[in-house]
Design a protein around this ligand. Structure first.
Ligand code: SF4
Length: 448
């Protein structure tokens, strides 16, 4: 970051050929400056300019991936202090720690839960993202056994050991799964850098406070290691928040490269109280934590932490939407009621959950209102009679049901007459309840 749109424009070919999808090179430069385009979209930019621009447009907090395949997580990549300035990009992964001193039963039960816990909220899956494996015993064989068991659940791994030989062996054995190595310290940074460099793996730089962390990241960076997370070893909430905020501010506002990495917080070293652990983890996620580690995969912790994370990492400029279409719920047939509503994700999930709970088979028609809720879409002219009728007519709902009745939300009851007129002869528009919670009662009484 750091170059203005005009500075970037000077590095572009300035031919306005439009191949990048923008009408002019200046428009493309402005998008690059705002972080909304990628330099690779311009096929004519010189290699020299590309190198300068890649450097200049890279996020101030290093972005990298841990793990492989569909469970891989991306960390870092943030470009702003506050979510309302733009958005936050990569949701903080939640890792659960397993120590090699824990019994086989505890390990098996933790792994099973880490693998299976997954909640769904407004269409997003909320799961445990990573597994942090700690060589608490100091015994290499024990730790390797734990790694082997954990590797089977296919979640990105954090390899935590103080023993360089164990770190080297495990990094080599599991490098194809792209774990992150924990940790490089001022005492071992050179050796850990060699392991990270040979295996291509990311690494956590650890120190007592950000000053020491900075000296470790500087050593790693000079050895060519780019994918780094930072752990300031905070032992209380105040220090953890302070270090997270300082690192974010220093990297974004002052462009201090040594702390321009996602932070790594071991929450179970801050508290042993299980519920306080969840509160602290959720709090730190809202205060810039890049990765959080907690002690166990208790659903009573995972749900609040991940829901609170979701609130931080949604794009404030883009409402959450579901796709326009006809959704069958509870196996509807040609005699089932038809309900129409907007495509605001929260509306869809609340309405569909109530229909499901009613056990009444229904066709739920979701209309694209650009993610606006019922009343907002109505007042913005997007959920109004003519648009709704046009949408209904273009679908194949008349082939799915033999009746011509359609239920609208009670909040837009005033539309019913006009909507019926727009739909044409034979249609009957019925007014549903205002609140989704009243839908089950309404549907149970509905008659063809
Ligand atoms: S593709 Fe490159 S040269 Fe063409 S308009 Fe875009 S920025 Fe300019």
């Amino acid at each position: 970051m750091g170059l203005t749109g005009i500075q970037i424009y000077k590095l572009l070919p300035q031919t306005n050929c439009k191949e990048c999808g923008e009408p002019t090179c200046l428009a493309f430069a402005m998008k690059l400056a705002a972080g909304k385009a990628d330099i690779s979209l311009c096929p004519y930019v010189s290699e020299d300019a590309k190198a300068k621009l890649s450097e200049a447009t890279a996020p101030p907090i290093r972005e990298f991936t841990i793990g492989t395949g569909t469970n891989a997580v991306k960390v870092g990549g943030e470009t702003v202090m506050f979510r309302h300035e733009k958005t936050f990009f990569n949701p903080t992964p939640v890792a659960v720690m397993i120590k090699d001193t824990e019994s086989d039963d505890v390990v098996a039960s933790k792994l099973e839960r880490i693998k299976s816990i997954c909640f769904e909220r407004v269409g997003k899956k909320l799961c445990v993202d990573m597994v942090a494996l700690k060589n608490e015993s100091g015994d290499k064989a024990k730790f390797m056994t734990l790694l082997e068991k954990a590797s089977a659940i296919d979640k990105p791994m954090i390899i935590m050991t103080d023993n360089l030989e164990t770190l080297k062996e495990s990094a080599e054995k599991y490098k194809d799964k792209r774990p992150i190595l924990y940790a490089a310290t001022s005492a071992n940074a050179d050796e850990v850098a060699k392991i990270a460099s040979a295996t291509g793996l990311p690494v956590v730089a650890k120190g007592n406070g950000l000053d020491e962390v900075s000296s470790v990241t500087a050593k790693l960076a000079s050895a060519g290691i780019k994918d780094i997370a930072i752990d300031s070893s905070a032992k209380n909430i105040k220090d953890a928040v302070k270090d997270n905020v300082f690192a974010r501010r220093a990297s974004i506002k002052q462009k201090i490269k040594e702390v321009g990495y996602p932070t790594f917080v071991v929450v179970n070293e801050i508290t042993q109280d299980p519920m306080l652990e969840a509160v602290i983890a959720a709090g730190l996620i809202s205060q810039y934590a890049g990765i959080v580690v907690i002690s166990d995969p208790d659903p009573a912790k995972i749900l609040p932490i991940t829901v609170s994370r979701m609130n931080v990492f949604t794009d404030p400029q883009r409402p959450m939407v579901v796709e326009q279409g006809i959704y069958p719920i509870n196996n509807p047939d040609e005699n089932s009621p038809v309900i129409i509503t907007v495509n605001f994700a929260l509306t869809y999930f609340i309405v569909s959950a109530e229909i499901e709970a009613s056990r009444v088979p229904c066709w739920l028609m979701i209309m694209d209102t650009e993610g606006l809720s019922v009343l907002t879409a109505w007042s913005a002219g997007k959920f109004v009679a003519d648009a709704m009728a046009a949408y209904v007519k273009k679908t194949d709902i008349t082939q799915k049901v033999k009746h011509r009745k359609i239920i609208i939300p009670g909040y837009v009851a005033q539309l019913s007459g006009e909507f019926q007129e727009e739909l044409g002869e034979g249609w009957e528009v019925q007014i549903g309840p205002r609140e989704a919670a009243d839908l089950p009662k309404f549907l149970k009484m509905w008659k063809l």
